[in-house]
Design a binder for this molecule. Structure first.
Ligand SMILES: [Zn+2]
Length: 220
């Protein structure tokens, strides 16, 4: 999943109006934000195997970023961090759910490569990625729903609040189209050459920060 994760990030302020979009994006995408860092540090690995799924040829070994146990730990840490920042239990609970949601959406889409724990050989995944069109419809629908909720839950306080949001939505759709229909990495591509560009995912968190500066909850 890619924009499907951000769909939940966009939806979150509807349930926790106090929660900034920046925090919501950090939470929904936390596993994929630390993943390239762990690959570059050689703690995890990725390779290209055209037979993994129809949607992506990436074969993941990611016990520290994507095991269920590690995810539960990050979710708990997220809850504690949000409480420590002085945001309410509601915001903290939404962050906890967002971190866990990443694993669940990956569980839905990935080949059975998601470990239960960093050790052990049990790996799970329902493989929605083997049905590319169903993946596209599911993800784009989720994304539209999430963006719609965010747009209604918040209001722009100036022109930038409009441009920043809709610019990001357009950029997401463009990136998604490129990842779905663009050229795929070839067999033998080094892990660092795959993980390096994935660091750009942090750009979306920075973009969310920009949006936060120019939009506010509608109730306020
Ligand atoms: Zn992921």
């Amino acid at each position: 999943m890619f924009i499907g994760h951000f769909a939940l990030g966009f939806a979150a302020p509807r349930f926790a109006p106090q929660l900034p979009l920046t925090a919501s994006f950090l939470a929904c995408q936390f596993l994929d934000l630390i993943w390239p860092v762990l690959v570059l540090a050689r703690l995890e690995h990725v390779s290209v195997d055209p037979h993994v799924t129809a949607f992506t040829p990436l074969a993941f070994e990611y016990p520290w970023s994507h095991s269920l146990l590690a995810t539960a730990l990050y979710a708990a840490l997220g809850f504690v961090a949000v409480r420590a920042l002085g945001l309410g239990t509601r915001s903290a609970t939404v962050v906890l759910v967002l971190v866990l949601s990443h694993w669940l959406l990956d569980f839905l889409s990935h080949a059975p490569d998601l470990p239960l724990a960093p050790w052990g050989s049990t790996k799970l995944g329902l493989g929605l990625w083997n049905a590319p069109w169903l993946t596209l419809v599911t993800e784009v629908s989720l994304f539209a729903l999430g963006v719609g909720w965010y747009a209604r839950a918040t209001t722009a306080i100036d022109k930038q609040g409009i441009w920043a949001l809709w610019g990001l939505v357009a950029f997401f759709l463009l990136m998604y189209a490129v990842s779905a229909f663009g050229p795929k990495p070839e067999v033998g591509t080094p892990a660092a050459a795959i993980a390096g560009p994935a660091l750009a995912t942090w750009l979306f968190v920075a973009w969310a920060y920009w949006i936060d500066r120019h939009r506010q909850p509608r109730a306020m």
